[in-house]
Design a protein around this ligand. Structure first.
Ligand code: ATP
Ligand code: MG
Length: 433
């Protein structure tokens, strides 16, 4: 028997109602803020991710699902590990940055080759938002406020805490990186293996090492905040002032650096203590350089462009949330009310099945609010068994006698009571639900 690939999950009918409900609540919140939906391809050129996300990141180093297509020469392609790179490619390619700058959201599967565990899968789903065109801190605050409203709409407001940091600008980060490397170099032997490697590839990521010994070393290390210039500091302070004004609590976490290279200035994460080590449900930040970086034909990475002619960019800020983690949290603390898949079940004697079909079809036209299910034209007894299992509150029974009398039989599935009613009784009845 061929099974699903490890880390790739089926979302079965007993879970899909929760997914649909979650997606509906989130989509409503985004539409209340005037954000528009965009649908992007699942496969992109590998180069797009390598350039956008950065070579020395977990995703590009070891997590991408990449393959070559059948063209000659083959094009290196990758199943998208995240949505920002594709969204930025699309807005550049279709000139969406001219005129009113877009505020976009997308939802869908992402793919990363990681060790599967609770809250971590190889195919997972993200909802992402990208807001283009504003370099000002109000854009950062608006996104955070929107996520805050999402938690409120989902009944999760008390489960989430907001962590905030500023990564400053590239030159500030470079100066800090040099200071951090200088501080750690002669203490290398005390670092965990990952951090030792990162000392040469991506030193800032050492800050979010989970190793206690590494964290102990960092207590006396130089602080990124001390390297931020006036403009970065003012931006960060204004984001905080907006959040204070909105009554949104946050903690400043100087070790929050995010795994992806494209961020600058504000970065944030919403974390919960209910999901063990997969604690981050939503993460985002500002990425003012990415549009320019992907517009350029220069394939060198962002950092090396510091010396070449600056490319005109377009400021942007965004976030992505992991829907599996969000659903695990919802299940744990605020599950959606269960709704039966069916309100009315229609049982029809097989000899008059066509009349039953017509009745059901008319009722569906008349009562779009009801979920109306029919069984196949087997024996009445077999159909009644299905009605019992359906969760329906009422079963309509139609046989020759009912048709002769122009009536229907209604069985109340809670009490078992059966009554004879006019054929249009259900079409007209109010407050059924
Ligand atoms: P982590 O530190 O947990 O690996 P990340 O920094 O790689 O997360 P992002 O790239 O910022 O995660 O993705 C945003 C969100 O998507 C995460 O906060 C998480 O909720 C979700 N997510 C990321 N990777 C996975 C995965 N493999 N399985 C399920 N959800 C994921
Ligand atoms: Mg990760």
């Amino acid at each position: 028997m061929i099974k699903a690939i490890k880390g790739f999950n089926d979302i079965l009918p007993n879970q899909s109602a929760q997914w649909l409900q979650l997606e509906k609540v989130l989509a409503e919140v985004m539409s209340r803020y005037g954000y528009q939906h965009i649908r992007l391809p699942i496969v992109e050129q590998t180069d797009l991710f390598a350039r956008a996300i950065g070579g020395a990141t977990d995703i590009v180093e070891k997590e991408m699902y990449s393959f070559a297509d059948k063209s000659d020469p083959p094009t290196p392609l990758t199943l998208r590990p995240e949505g920002t790179a594709g969204a930025v490619r699309a807005v550049i390619e279709h000139n969406l940055l001219r005129g009113d700058t877009p505020k976009l959201w997308y939802i869908g599967p992402m793919f990363r080759y990681e060790r599967p565990q609770k809250g971590r899968y190889r195919q997972f789903h993200q909802l992402g938002v990208e807001s283009f065109g504003s370099a000002l801190p109000d854009a950062d605050a608006e996104l955070i406020a929107m996520t805050h409203l999402m938690w409120q709409a989902l009944g999760l407001k008390d489960e989430m805490s907001l962590q905030l940091n500023s990564l400053g600008e590239i030159d500030e980060r470079h100066a800090y990186r040099d200071a951090l490397v200088a501080y750690l170099t002669d203490k290398q032997h005390l670092l965990d293996e990952d951090s030792k490697r990162r000392l040469t590839t991506n030193p800032l990521r050492i800050l979010d090492s989970k190793e206690a010994s590494t964290q102990a070393l960092l207590v006396d290390a130089p602080k990124l905040a001390d390297f931020l210039g006036e403009e970065s500091m003012a931006h960060f302070e204004q984001v905080q002032a907006y959040l204070d004004g909105l009554g949104i609590d946050y903690q400043i976490n100087p070790h929050l650096v995010r795994g992806l290279d494209y961020y600058n200035k504000t970065v944030f994460e919403w974390v919960t203590d209910k999901l063990g080590s997969q604690a981050t449900v939503c993460a985002g930040g500002r990425y003012d350089g990415l549009v320019g970086q992907l517009k350029s034909t220069d394939s060198r990475n962002h950092d090396s462009q510091a010396n070449s002619k600056p490319i005109q960019s377009e400021p942007a800020v965004g976030f992505a949330m992991g829907l599996e983690r969000l659903l695990l949290l919802i299940e744990a603390v605020a599950p959606f009310a269960e709704t039966a898949a069916c309100d009315v079940f229609i049982v029809t004697h097989p000899e008059v099945y066509s009349s039953g079909m017509i009745y059901a079809q008319n009722l569906r036209y008349q009562r779009p609010d009801l979920r109306i299910k029919m069984a196949s034209a087997t024996s009445l007894k077999a159909q009644m068994k299905k009605a019992d299992k359906s969760g329906a509150r009422l079963t309509v029974i139609i046989a020759q006698q009912e048709l002769d009398e122009q009536k229907i039989s209604i069985k109340n599935m809670q009490t078992g009571e059966q009554t004879s009613m006019n054929q249009n009784w259900l079409a007209d009845i109010e407050n059924f639900k």
